[in-house]
Design a protein around this ligand. Structure first.
Ligand code: FAD
Length: 487
């Protein structure tokens, strides 16, 4: 048997790669981690989840300050935002988390960390900084990058992506956002709240295309009401650099042409896999524009080379990358043949109100031919939501023909956190009756989970049949008040 330098080599120090590295090293595997940047943490820490959620919080606080009168507080004349201060806060949050994702920490766990850009020399070894490193198993976890579409003039016009947006040295006066997915929507609301005039363009008829239309449309209405201008069903014909301003020419579906002018263009139309420079062609690892092809155990066509996280073109979330990292550890280190199962993978778009989802929604259930039942409860009927001034939105619970929950969608305050209970219910196959009967603290937004489960049982419990039975057995006397006697 060949004697490799390492048991496992991991390429890419983001959510996926770090999970594999930490797991493998702690299990006693001789582990090498290679990262091309100078620091670990990947997109999530430096250009994704962490900076975006930090920015969103600053925008939320500024929004609350502007709307102080809604909370019975005096109105205030607010000075404009100094974006450098927001960037400073973003950098400081990242720096704090960076300790957790440091070379030293991984070294303590037992892994060797090297920085540089590796290329596969053969199926078992890479070349890095003039040296060759071999490993029995390799994991490619190099993530994804923003796709810049081939729109006429865009390559000659300065624009930004998620790589630059959190580190601007001033707040743009105006911004055209290309793309109405989660990143485009989150940034549209955050920058609009901070004081930027925001135009969002998408060729699709609605934003957040993976969500049910009713919730996506309600979310768009909220963003619109705050001032974001949407140009949906619109194709971008040309982009021009006019100097201090940029022009985006769009054509609406019905044929009209609109010229949008703004200081900045944010491109957020999708992500492509980071495969460049790895030499995958030379060793015959199969991939396309969406990512490296993997089987259910995340193995590439070379069974000892795995691909986890954004790079395989599946679900592009930090928690998905972490989950996939765990699957790789099971397969590669424990040699337990574990397959991925995304049935109850949750996700959330952190607009306000947030839009979270787990399992099937109405649209995906219909596509799968499931004759589902939908139960809803609105946040305006939740006492805590009213107290918080956050009463827009609803929860939708999807039941299959056997009245089993198969999915939940939430548009509302703290939707991502509210999903946590459903993560346990759905994965743990907890009965709806258990959730409906479980005591939840009052007043909490989380009571909405119990309430929607309870609504399902109400018509059964408070039915005429039950009333008749109780009357028969216990001689209940029936209504004390009718509408006639009350009025
Ligand atoms: C603006 C934005 C907001 C987001 N918000 C959320 C959110 O709220 N929640 C959520 O779950 N997800 C969010 N995401 C998605 C999340 O960031 C990604 O899904 C996650 O980072 C994927 O992890 P990964 O390990 O696959 O890739 P990454 O975290 O990108 O890590 C890949 C690593 O590989 C390195 N690398 C690349 N090429 C090479 C190479 N050739 N050699 C060596 N190293 C290489 C990179 O430098 C990087 O460190 C967001 C993304 C963006 C852009």
């Amino acid at each position: 048997m060949p004697n490799y330098d390492y048991d496992i080599g991991v390429i890419g120090g983001g959510a996926g790669g770090l999970t594999v590295t930490a797991g493998a090293a702690q299990l006693g595997a001789k582990t090498l981690l290679v990262e091309k940047e100078n620091e670990l943490g990947g997109d999530c820490l430096h250009f994704g989840c962490v900076p975006s959620k930090t920015l969103i919080k600053s925008a939320h606080v500024y929004h609350l300050m502007k709307n102080s009168r809604k909370f019975g507080l005096p109105s205030i004349d607010l000075p404009p935002v100094d974006f450098r201060e927001i960037s400073k806060r973003i950098r400081s949050v990242i720096a704090t988390i960076q300790h957790h994702d440091s070379k030293e920490r991984f070294c303590k766990l037992g892994a060797q960390v090297e920085f540089g850009q590796p290329t596969f020399a053969d199926e078992h070894s890479i070349r890095l900084n003039g040296k060759t490193y071999s490993a029995k198993t390799w994991v490619i976890a190099t993530g994804s990058s923003p796709v810049v579409p081939p729109i006429k003039g865009l390559d000659k016009t300065p624009h930004i992506t998620n790589k630059e947006i959190f580190y601007l040295d001033r707040l743009p006066e105006s911004m055209v956002i290309l793309g109405g997915g989660p990143i485009g929507c989150e940034m549209s609301q955050a920058f609009n709240r901070l004081g930027t005039r925001v135009f969002l363009v998408d060729m699709a008829p609605r934003i957040l295309g993976n969500e049910d239309p009713d919730l996506a449309d309600l979310a768009r209405d909220v963003l619109s009401s705050e001032g974001v201008k949407f140009y949906l069903n619109s194709t971008i014909e040309e982009v021009k650099d006019l100097g201090s301003e940029k022009e985006v020419n769009i054509k609406a579906k019905e044929g009209s042409t609109i010229r949008l002018k703004a200081e900045t263009i944010l491109v957020a139309v999708g992500r492509g896999p980071n495969t460049n420079g790895l030499g995958l062609e030379d060793i015959g690892v199969e991939y396309d524009h969406q990512g490296i092809k993997v089987d259910h155990r995340l193995r590439t066509n070379h069974k000892h080379i795995y691909a986890a996280g954004d790079i395989n073109g599946g679900y592009q979330f930090t928690h998905a990358a972490g989950y996939e990292g765990g699957i790789v550890v099971s397969n590669a280190i424990f040699h337990l043949p574990r397959k991925v199962d995304y049935t109850f993978l949750p996700w959330c778009t952190y607009i306000d109100p947030a839009l979270g989802s787990i399992g099937m929604n109405e649209s995906t259930a219909a596509k799968a031919g499931i004759d589902c039942n939908v139960w809803t409860e609105e946040f305006k009927d939740n006492d805590r939501s009213l107290a918080e001034g956050e009463s827009i939105g609803m929860i939708k619970m999807i039941l299959n023909e056997k009245e089993k929950p198969i999915g939940v969608q939430i548009l509302g305050p703290h939707a991502g956190d509210l999903l946590a209970e459903w993560v346990a219910v759905l994965n743990g196959k907890v009965k709806l009756s258990t959730l409906a009967a479980a005591v939840h603290p009052y007043p909490t937004i989380g009571e909405i989970n119990k309430k929607v489960a309870g609504i399902f049982f109400s018509p059964k419990i408070f039915s005429e049949k039950v009333q008749k039975g109780l009357k028969f057995f216990f001689q209940l006397k029936g209504r004390a008040c009718t509408e006639d006697t009350c009025l």
